[in-house]
Design a protein around this ligand. Structure first.
Ligand code: NAD
Ligand code: MG
Length: 417
């Protein structure tokens, strides 16, 4: 791949910030394109990447004219390349994981939206971190898997880390400006030193917050993906239904904000308007409110430290009337307990938790196992694991691979039942 020469000939495009979107065909990817299309004077799209959806990526190429488009899947990339050629478009079509990493690290790119779903996002996101980009982090699984290695890489490269997950974006906004360079050297006491008593991580409780527990074994993938407030990809939608999403977010919050697990409390808030809160020792609770729409945190991450428009209308609190908060029921949502145990255990436990969850969720979406078997698989894989301290990304990937194999065996056994 050759670095673009054309970029440097236009003084106008030089002033614009080049963007790569990892996972542009997904829910976050499309919301990012929507926000970017309102700020064409400020940003230009250098590269779009996806797994195998050549049809949607072709439409995006026609509309946004990126310099590069990358598909992980070679066969799909060949189809896309032919279409782009026939249409006479100048976009260069690349393929494979390495090319996705390459377009995340291009010299002409300033910001990278990390919105691949799952562990597949780890290497491309780290490529952007190592290249010192501004990382707009939606891909929470990457951070859950690699924890301190990820944060150390951010500190070493001087990358700017902006949380896009709405809760973490909210927490970031509610914190004193002094902490707003995540990943810089901080002591374990840093939250205490900042006068922060705890982080209140809100979650809606998903579609099954009030479903009788005995009915959960027979819910379908479509029911699990019908989130009451948010429109999202299918994997994170199932994670929201089990509340594993909140568990992963608890771990994400610990790494991002250098918090101990006991400093992060999960609060159910069915309206999804308060996106999280920070409570200070003087009794002040600072919250961030907004529509349940990812364009707000995306616009915040793109504009920071400025504020730019997201395309959303103003929030009508009077129409909303009331906001409700309650304690999560751990019997209904065992994933919350398992996640807290994993982050408290440390070592490789969060890698195992995440990998087992990805395998189990995929099996549920394929209708191989029941909804309630998702957390059963995770609990059993965790119980049969030995812990090691991951000291490199290769070790992280090895634990991930081994866990996926063990989880797949368990899925096969459960599927036969
Ligand atoms: P999605 O399923 O809608 O999109 C996933 C994107 O990743 C697609 O573009 C897909 O092509 C790409 N992808 C998948 N597998 C890949 C692979 N092996 N190699 C390369 N690309 C691959 O998912 P989403 O809902 O947009 O979520 C993306 C990430 O953002 C997830 O980590 C999720 O937890 C996080 N997130 C999403 C939301 C939301 O509202 N959707 C909110 C907060 C955080
Ligand atoms: Mg979230």
């Amino acid at each position: 791949m050759v670095e673009p020469v054309a970029q440097s000939t236009s003084s106008q495009s030089q002033e614009k910030i080049g963007i790569t979107i990892l996972g542009s065909t997904g829910s976050i990817g499309e919301s990012t394109l929507d926000v970017l299309s309102r700020h064409t004077d400020r940003f230009h799209i250098v590269a779009l990447t996806a797994n195998s959806n050549s049809k949607k990526l072709f439409q995006q190429i026609q509309h946004y004219r990126p310099q590069y488009a990358v598909l992980c899947d070679s066969a799909a990339a060949a189809v896309l390349r032919a279409e782009v050629k026939t249409a006479g478009l100048p976009t260069e079509v690349l393929e494979g994981v390495q090319s996705i990493c390459d377009v995340a690290a291009l010299e002409s790119v300033g910001y990278v939206m990390a919105a691949i779903v799952g562990g597949a996002g780890l290497l491309p996101t780290l490529a952007a971190v190592d290249a010192g980009k501004r990382i707009l982090l939606a891909n929470k699984e990457a951070l859950v898997m690699s924890g301190n290695l990820f944060m150390q890489a951010v500190a070493d490269s001087g990358a700017e880390l902006l949380p896009i997950d709405s809760e973490h974006n909210a927490i970031f906004q509610c914190m004193p400006a002094v902490t707003q360079r995540l990943g810089e050297q901080k002591s374990v006491q840093s939250l205490t030193q900042l006068g922060i008593a705890r982080i209140l991580l809100t979650g809606s409780g998903g579609p099954f917050r009030q479903t009788p527990i005995e009915e959960l074994a027979s819910v379908t993938p479509n029911q699990a993906c019908a989130h009451p407030n948010w429109s999202m990809g299918r994997k994170i939608s199932v994670d929201s239904a089990t509340m594993m999403n909140k568990g992963l977010e608890l771990i994400e919050a610990c790494w991002l904000f250098d918090a101990r697990p006991d400093q992060v409390e999960v609060v159910l808030h069915p309206q999804s308007v308060v996106h999280s809160m920070v409570e200070y020792v003087d009794g002040s609770v600072v919250a961030q409110l907004g529509h349940p729409d990812m364009r707000t945190p995306i616009a915040y991450g793109l504009g920071w430290p400025d504020r730019i428009e997201s395309g959303l209308p103003l929030l009508d609190l009077i129409k909303m009337g009331s906001l409700h908060f309650e304690e999560p029921n751990l019997a209904r949502f065992p994933a919350l307990r398992l996640s807290r145990e994993a982050i408290e255990l440390g070592k490789s436990a969060s890698i195992v938790l995440n990998a087992a969850n990805e395998v189990a969720v995929a099996a549920f979406l394929n209708e191989q196992i029941r909804f309630t078997a998702i957390t059963e698989v995770i609990e059993r894989v965790l119980a049969s694991s030995e812990w090691i301290l991951p000291d490199s990304i290769d070790t992280v990937l090895a634990v991930d691979e081994d866990t996926r194999r063990r989880a797949a065996e368990l899925v096969a056994a459960l599927a036969r039942r």
